[in-house]
Design a binder for this molecule. Structure first.
Ligand code: S3P
Length: 447
């Protein structure tokens, strides 16, 4: 991977465009992981070909899964549950992807072999206790004992035991890891989901014909999975990623006289907190052409320049906005009034400590904030216009890099953004699309 930074010296001009964004990352990962457990050949188009997803493909190939790409479609030759071919002392590089590690470990539950999993600098810092605890209950073991981060050696169990688990973080990765372990486990596994997180795993399994039961109670959703139930291969059309669309939406909203149509984007209800918050902030956003494709809601998003007003954001919208927070905080910086966002603990557990880092970046560009534990107050300035140079350290975090790019396009100044190669982990066509809407920038390779 070539390491480079980006320098922006000019704000973007008005634009009017219609475009597509890259495929949804969460859905792309899950296609390969779930298709590897299905019977028969599953097929998908629109797959996100980012570093993270390529790591998932490589990890599965190492486990003996045949994956072929032909005419822009991916084919996964699934041999059913428990069909991985495991070699001795297998080492898997998960790159930057917490989704890959956490979900893959779930699938490794029924193999009593040892697997070594490691990641890059950022992934090796992410908390793993959240999956270690439930997976130990299935009978898995983790080495070294008491280690809470990667690199980790994991060992499955000869016979796994179904569990009952209360998921209180609001993490789709934890929920999905348990669901994937339950697929290869005799008996019924039950998850009480207290904070609703993205439900792509559940949707895809249902789409593949698995009878996964979800009962909605006042306090939680009860997900029940009957293990060792085969499911068939499936076809999937992956919509665009709302988390990638978010950066284009942000630039359009705060730029003058601009309009964008982003076609065929995932509008799953557990992912559209960003749109709901922006509508409360007076954003001109319209959704048209809504459909349900392969078990997921999709549609076209139309956005026009808007005078945004800051709000006191309700906590319940946090899980469905989680990956969009860095750019949402940039939008709050350019809006009228004071914004308050709370319940953001999880934000500091992402690819970088995003809440602390965004707070620092906003201060760097002259925005007043008050940060207290998991709450941030942002004193918006709709007239913010930068005229000095600023160096933004992204800590190798793709979403921080793209949010910083938005700062340069919207507020001007001379913005240098470090380590932008991270962008290819989630949105490889980001710069191409930015060029299409008229963004000017230079890239500088690091020697
Ligand atoms: C993801 C879930 C979220 C999200 C991540 C992708 C997924 O993480 O932040 O980018 O695909 O399941 P958590 O489950 O840790 O909240």
């Amino acid at each position: 991977m070539k390491i480079y930074s980006i320098v922006i010296k000019k704000k973007i001009k008005s634009f009017k465009k219609s475009l597509y964004v890259d495929g949804d990352k969460s859905i792309s990962h899950r296609f390969f992981l779930l298709a590897s457990q299905a019977f028969g050949i599953s097929k998908a188009n629109g797959i996100l070909e980012s570093e993270d997803v390529l790591h998932t493909i490589n990890a599965l190939k190492k486990l003996g899964v045949k994956i072929v790409k032909k005419n822009n479609k991916y084919f996964v030759y699934g041999n059913g549950l428990g069909s991985f071919h495991v070699k001795k002392n297998l080492k898997v590089n998960c790159g930057n992807s917490a989704t890959l590690v956490r979900l893959l470990i779930g699938l490794l539950a029924p193999y009593p072999n040892k697997f070594k999993l490691f990641g890059d600098y950022s992934l090796n810092k992410r908390p793993m206790t959240r999956i270690i605890n439930p997976l130990k209950k299935f009978g898995m073991e983790f080495f070294p004992k008491n280690q809470t981060t990667l690199p980790l050696t994991v060992q499955g169990a000869e016979i796994t035991i179904p569990i009952e688990y209360d998921e209180k973080i609001g993490s789709a990765q934890v929920k999905s890891s348990i669901i994937l372990a339950s697929l290869n486990t005799p008996g019924i596994t039950k998850i009480r989901e207290f904070k609703k997180s993205r439900d792509h795993t559940e949707n895809m399994l249902k789409h593949a014909g698995l009878n996964l039961k979800i009962k909605k109670n006042k306090k939680y959703n009860l997900i029940s999975i009957k293990g060792l139930t085969d499911f068939r291969a499936f076809n999937l059309s992956v919509p665009g990623d709302i988390s990638s669309a978010a950066f284009i939406i942000a630039i359009t909203l705060l730029n003058k006289k601009s309009k964008i149509k982003i076609k065929n984007v995932s509008l799953n209800n557990t992912r559209i907190g960003f749109i709901k918050i922006l509508k409360k902030m007076n954003a001109k956003i319209k959704i048209i052409n809504q459909k349900k494709i392969s078990g997921e809601k999709t549609g076209d998003i139309i956005v026009a320049s808007s005078k945004l007003k800051n709000i006191n954001c309700p906590k319940y919208l946090v899980p469905s906005t989680i990956d969009e927070f860095p750019v949402l905080l940039v939008l709050a910086a350019g809006s009228i009034g004071i914004a308050t966002f709370s319940g953001l603990t999880e934000l500091n557990k992402k690819e970088s400590p995003r809440l602390n880092l965004m707070n620092k970046i906003l201060n760097q560009i002259g925005i007043k904030t008050v940060l207290k534990k998991d709450t941030i107050k942002i004193y918006g300035n709709p007239n913010l216009s930068l005229n000095k140079s600023h160096y933004i350290n992204t800590m190798f975090d793709h979403r921080i890099a793209m949010s910083a790019f938005c700062i340069g396009q919207i507020f001007g100044g001379e913005i240098t953004i470090s380590d932008c190669h991270s962008i290819s982990t989630s949105f490889p066509n980001f710069l191409k699309i930015m060029k299409k809407i008229g963004a000017k920038y230079e890239t500088k390779k690091k020697n």
